[in-house]
Ligand binder design. Structure first.
Ligand code: PEP
Ligand code: MG
Length: 914
C-alpha cells in the first residue's frame, strides 16, 4: 500500500491562549484516500473512525471507492476542548484535499460546468447507526446546478434540481437547525400546485420551483440566504457533524451501549456518487453473511433509483440482493467477488454499503457487521471450519454477554401450532418476546418503567426512538427491511425484532394497529418470534434453551483454553441439572436457608426460633433434619462427581418470622403459644442493622445445635448417596467469619459432627469433606493468613464484601446509585461489576495471604460478580481456582475464562473442576 504523508503547511496551534486545542501543532488533521494517494489504513480506527479507516483500507486493496478524505477524531476533540472552535489550519488542509479530489475526478468544487459534489458523514471508532449527521450533495449552488444539469445530460435536469433541494433541506435541517416540517409544508404546496401525491411525480419545473421555495424557507428561518460558496457549506457541515457527536440521541446511544472514552467522531468528505440517476442506478446495503442467523450467504437489500438514506430509513421496502441478477447481472457478480475479497482480507463478516451510478458499482463503506449472539457463534465456528480464523480468534470474536441471547427461551413449534398468526414480517433479530402494544417511544419508556412488558409497534423507527426501543421487550415495524434502522439497532442489542410486517396498518396517533380487518390497541398482547418473523396474538408459551450445535462446539473450545474453573450457584436439583448441562463443574454456593421456607419446614423453623431453651430448639431442629437431608441427596445426585459447596445458615432469624399481626396469630395458634410470646420474640429479633447483625456464623456461635443439624444432614446425605454409588462430594462452608477464633471453633464442632455421623452410620469408606469459609467481611480479608490456618478453602462473598467495603447497603443502593452514576462518581454499579480497585484489592490480598499460609488453599468466588465478564477477567488475573455463578451465566463465564487465558490472564494454577 502506498502511504504518502501530506506535505501541508506546518500547523499553528489555535490562536486563543485560553482555549488550547488537543491537536498538537504538528498533528496531521486530514487523511486522504483514493487512487492518487491513500494515507491511512484499517488499523487506525481510533484516529480515523471506523468508516474512515475502512475507506482507506478498501481503497488500498483496489476496491472501487469514490475518493475523499477523513478529518480525524482528534480534531473533534480539539473542537470541543477549545469551546467549539475548528482548529486553525483545518480549512487550509481541507482545501488542499479538495484540490486533490478535483485533480483525481477532473471536476471542480462549485463549478458551473463540471461541479464536484461531496458527502459529509460522521464516523466514530465504534459504529453508532444513524445517531450522527450526514449531509449529501454538498457543493451544489445556483451556479453549480447548471454544471450538474450539463454533466448529467438528457433527463438530468430533474435529477439535478432534486439533488439541490435535498441539499438545501438537509443543510437547513441538520446544519442550521431549521425544523424539517417547514420544508415539508413547502413541498406539499408544490405537490398541490402540480396536482400530484408522491415526491416522485413532481415534474422538473416543480423541482426547480421547490428549490426556490426551499431557499425562501431557509432565508426566513436562518436569517441569511442559503450559502453560495461551497467552502462555506463545507466548513459549516464539518462543524455540524462535530456538533452531532454530542446530540441527545448520540449521547443516549453511547449510554445504552456503554461506549465511553472516545475522543469524538471523525468526518469523512467523499466524492458523491448517485444511486438516483435513473433506472440503471441504485443503492444497497449488504452483509457478507446473514447477520441474524450467521448463515454463510451474501445477504443484502437494494433499491433501484434511490439514495443510500432511503434504504436505512426504512421508508421504501427494498428488494433482496438475490433478485439483483434480474436487474444487473454484472454488478451482482462483481458484488459477490467483493464479498470474497473483503472476507479473505478482513477474515470477518462485513457490513457494506454500495451505490451503482449508471451501471458502475462503488463501495461506500465496509465495517465489521453487527450480528446477533446466534450469528456471532455460528460465524465464529464456521470461519474456523473454513480455515479463515483459528479457535482462539473464534473465541475472542463472541462477546460473552451476547451468549445470553442463545440462552433465552424460545417459542416451540408445538406451542406455535395453537397460536393465531396475525402477520409475517422479516426475522430481523431473533428472540421470543411477549408484551402489550406501545405506539411511541415515549409511551414505551413510560410503561416499561412502570413495570409493563411492551412491544414497540412503529411504521419504522428512527434514531430518536432508541430509548423506547431499549425499554421495549421487542420491536415490530410495518415497513423497512433487514437493514432498516430498527433491525440494525435491535440486532446490535440482541433484542427481538420483526421488520417490514406489511400487513399491519399502524395508526400511532390513535394508538391502534389493524390487521386482517381487526384492530388492536395498547391493552392487547402480541407474541413476536424474531427468528421466523411471525406476529402472533396473545401470550404464546416459551420453552427452555439447550446447549447444542455450534454453541456446544464453541463451548468445548472454551474448555481447551481456559484455566479458571466454572461452578454454579444452585439451591435445587433442577438448577443444578441445568447448570451441569451448561457446563458447570460443581456448585460453588448452595444457600441452605432457601430450603427452610417451603410448606411444613417453615413451621418447624419458626418453632425452633420461638423455642425457650436448647432442648426445645433441638426438638424443632430434629423435624427439619429429614427435609434437609432429602434436599442434599437431590442436589448431590444432580451434581454427582463434582464438588457441592453447602453454606450453613446465613440470614438473621427475623427473616423467618412474620411481622404482621394476622400471621403472628396463626403461628401462635399453630404452635399453641400465646400471641404475646410470638410478638415478644419477633421484637427481640429486631435489629437496627440486620445485615451487620446476628447472622452468618454468628448464629451458630450462639446456637451450635443449628450447625450440628445442618452438618449432620449434609454428612448423612453424602453417606446415603455413596451407599447408592452416587459420587457425592460435599464441601461445608461457614459464612461471614471475621476472626480466626470463630472459624476455628465452628470448624472443630463441624469435624466432631462429621466423625459422629460416620460412626452412627457405620461408614468406614473414604469421605473427605473440606471445611472452608466465605470471605465477605473486610476483616477476614485483612487477616486472611490467620483464617487460612483453619480453612480448606475461601469463597469470596463479594456481595457482602462490596456492601461492607463501601458501606453501601446492597438492598437500598438504588436510592442514590443513579446520582452516583450520572455524576460520574462511580462508573458502574459495584454490586454488578466488581470494584477492582477497592474490593478487588481485598480479594487479591486475601489470595496472597491465604496461600502464603496454605499453598493448597482453594479459592473461589460466589457473589453475583462471578457472572460478570469484567469481574471474571479480574478473578482470572488474581489466580482464583473457580468462579461460581447462576446457571444461565455458566456459558458466559466459560467463554470469558477462555478469553482471559488466551490473553495470558488465565488462572494461576489450572485446576478446573478439582
Ligand atoms: C455474598 O455475600 O457474596 C454471597 C454470595 O452471599 P449472600 O449473597 O447470600 O449474602
Ligand atoms: Mg453473603
Amino acid at each position: 500500500m502506498a502511504i504518502t504523508v501530506s506535505k501541508g503547511a506546518p500547523r499553528i496551534a489555535h490562536p486563543s491562549a485560553k482555549a488550547p486545542t488537543a491537536v498538537s501543532p504538528t498533528a496531521k488533521m486530514t487523511f486522504s484516500f483514493g487512487r492518487t494517494r491513500t494515507e491511512g489504513d484499517g488499523r487506525q480506527k481510533q484516529l480515523l473512525g471506523g468508516k474512515g479507516a475502512n475507506l482507506a483500507e478498501m481503497s488500498s486493496i483496489g476496491l472501487p471507492v469514490p475518493p475523499g478524505f477523513t478529518i480525524t477524531t482528534e480534531v473533534c476533540k480539539a473542537y470541543y476542548d477549545s469551546g467549539r472552535k475548528l482548529p486553525a489550519g483545518l480549512m487550509h488542509d481541507v482545501r488542499e484535499n479538495i484540490a486533490l479530489l478535483e485533480r483525481e475526478t477532473k471536476k471542480e468544487f462549485g463549478s458551473n460546468r463540471n461541479p464536484l459534489l461531496v458527502s459529509v458523514r460522521s464516523g466514530a471508532s465504534v459504529s453508532m447507526p444513524g445517531m450522527m449527521d450526514t449531509i449529501l450533495n454538498l457543493g451544489l449552488t445556483d451556479a453549480a446546478i447548471a454544471g450538474l444539469i450539463a454533466q448529467t445530460g438528457s433527463g438530468g435536469e430533474r435529477f439535478a434540481w432534486d439533488a439541490y433541494r435535498r441539499l438545501i433541506n438537509m443543510f437547513g435541517d441538520v446544519v442550521m437547525g431549521v425544523d424539517h416540517h417547514h420544508f415539508e409544508e413547502a413541498f406539499d404546496r408544490i405537490k398541490k400546485k402540480h396536482k400530484v401525491d408522491l415526491d416522485t411525480e413532481v415534474p422538473t419545473e416543480g423541482m426547480r420551483d421547490l428549490c426556490e421555495a426551499y431557499k425562501k424557507v431557509y432565508q426566513k428561518h436562518v436569517g441569511r440566504p442559503f450559502p453560495q460558496d461551497p467552502y462555506v457549506q463545507l466548513e459549516r457541515a464539518i462543524e455540524a457533524v462535530f456538533k452531532s457527536w454530542n446530540a441527545d440521541k448520540a449521547i443516549a446511544y453511547r449510554r445504552i451501549a456503554e461506549i465511553t472514552g472516545l475522543p469524538g467522531t471523525a468526518v469523512n468528505v467523499q466524492t458523491m456518487v448517485f444511486g438516483n440517476m435513473g433506472d440503471d442506478s441504485g443503492t444497497g446495503v449488504a452483509f457478507t453473511r446473514n447477520p441474524s442467523t450467521g448463515e454463510n450467504l451474501f445477504y443484502g437489500e437494494f433499491l433501484i433509483n434511490a439514495q443510500g438514506e432511503d434504504v436505512v430509513a426504512g421508508i421504501r421496502t427494498p428488494k433482496p440482493v438475490s433478485e439483483m441478477p434480474k436487474w444487473n447481472k454484472q454488478v451482482h457478480r462483481q458484488l459477490l467477488g467483493i464479498k470474497d475479497t473483503l472476507e479473505s482480507h478482513y477474515r470477518e463478516m462485513q457490513d457494506i454499503e454500495f451505490t451503482i451510478e449508471r451501471g458502475t458499482l462503488y463501495m461506500l463503506q465496509t465495517r465489521t457487521g453487527k450480528r446477533t449472539g446466534v450469528a456471532a457463534v455460528r460465524i465464529a465456528v464456521d470461519m474456523v471450519k473454513e480455515g479463515l480464523i483459528d479457535e482462539k480468534t473464534a473465541l475472542n470474536r463472541v462477546p460473552p454477554n451476547d451468549l445470553t441471547q442463545l440462552l433465552l427461551p424460545s417459542f416451540s413449534e408445538k406451542d406455535k401450532k395453537h397460536a393465531t398468526v396475525l402477520a409475517k414480517g422479516l426475522p430481523a433479530s431473533p428472540g421470543a418476546a411477549t408484551g402489550k402494544l406501545a405506539f411511541t417511544a415515549e409511551e414505551a419508556v413510560m410503561r416499561a418503567q412502570a413495570g409493563e412488558k411492551v412491544i414497540l409497534v412503529r411504521k419504522e423507527t428512527s434514531p430518536e426512538d432508541v430509548d423506547g426501543m431499549h425499554h421495549a421487550v421487542g420491536i415490530l415495524t410495518s415497513t423497512g427491511g433487514m437493514t432498516s434502522h430498527a433491525a440494525v439497532v435491535a440486532r446490535g442489542w440482541g433484542k427481538c425484532c420483526i421488520a417490514g410486517a406489511g400487513a399491519l396498518h399502524i395508526d400511532a396517533k390513535a394508538k391502534k394497529v389493524s390487521v386482517n380487518g381487526k384492530t388492536y390497541s395498547t391493552k392487547d398482547v402480541f407474541s413476536i418470534d424474531g427468528s421466523t418473523g411471525e406476529v402472533m396474538l396473545g401470550e404464546v408459551p416459551r420453552s427452555e434453551p439447550t446447549l447444542s450445535g455450534d454453541f456446544a462446539t464453541l463451548m468445548k473450545w472454551t474448555d481447551k483454553y481456559r484455566k479458571l474453573g466454572v461452578r454454579t450457584n444452585a439451591d435445587t436439583p433442577v438448577d443444578a441439572k441445568r447448570a451441569r448441562e451448561f457446563g458447570a463443574e460443581g456448585i460453588g454456593l448452595t444457600r441452605t436457608e432457601h430450603m427452610f421456607f417451603e410448606g411444613e419446614r417453615i413451621k418447624a423453623m419458626r418453632e425452633m426460633i420461638l423455642a425457650e431453651d436448647e432442648a426445645a430448639r433441638r426438638k424443632a431442629l430434629a423435624k427439619l433434619l429429614p427435609y434437609q437431608r432429602k434436599d442434599f441427596i437431590g442436589i448431590f445426585t444432580a451434581m454427582k462427581g463434582f464438588p457441592v459447596t453447602v453454606r450453613l445458615i446465613d440470614p438473621p432469624l427475623h427473616e423467618f418470622v412474620p411481622h404482621e399481626m394476622k400471621s403472628q396469630k396463626e403461628i401462635a395458634e399453630e404452635l399453641g403459644v400465646p400471641l404475646k410470646t410470638v410478638q415478644q420474640r419477633v421484637a427481640q429479633l429486631h435489629e437496627m442493622n440486620p445485615m451487620l447483625g446476628h447472622r452468618g456464623c454468628r448464629l451458630c456461635v450462639t446456637y451450635p445445635e443449628i450447625l450440628e443439624m445442618q452438618v449432620r444432614a449434609i454428612v448423612e446425605a453424602a453417606i446415603a448417596s455413596r451407599k447408592k454409588k452416587i459420587d457425592a462430594r460435599p464441601e461445608i462452608m461457614i459464612p461471614l467469619a471475621g476472626t480466626r477464633a470463630e472459624l476455628a471453633m465452628l470448624r472443630t464442632l463441624t469435624e466432631q459432627v462429621i466423625e459422629q455421623v460416620k460412626k452412627d452410620r457405620k461408614w468406614t469408606g473414604e469421605l473427605n469433606i473440606p471445611i472452608g469459609t466465605m470471605i465477605e467481611v473486610p476483616r477476614a480479608a485483612l487477616v486472611a493468613d490467620e483464617i487460612a490456618e483453619v480453612a480448606d478453602f475461601f469463597s469470596f462473598g463479594t456481595n457482602d464484601l462490596t456492601q461492607m467495603t463501601f458501606g453501601f447497603s446492597r438492598d437500598d443502593i438504588n436510592s442514590f446509585l443513579p446520582d452516583y452514576l450520572s455524576k460520574g462518581i462511580l462508573e458502574k454499579d459495584p454490586f454488578q461489576s466488581l470494584d477492582q480497585k477497592g474490593v478487588g484489592m481485598l480479594v487479591e490480598m486475601s489470595c496472597r495471604k491465604g496461600r502464603a499460609t496454605s499453598p493448597k488453599l482453594k479459592l473461589g468466588i460466589c457473589g453475583e460478580h462471578g457472572g460478570d465478564p469484567a469481574s471474571i477477567r479480574f478473578f482470572a488475573k488474581v489466580g482464583l481456582d473457580y468462579v461460581s455463578c447462576s446457571p444461565f451465566r455458566v456459558p458466559i463465564a466459560r467463554l470469558v475464562a477462555a478469553q482471559a487465558a488466551i490473553a495470558g490472564e488465565g488462572g494461576a494454577r489450572g485446576t478446573i473442576g478439582e
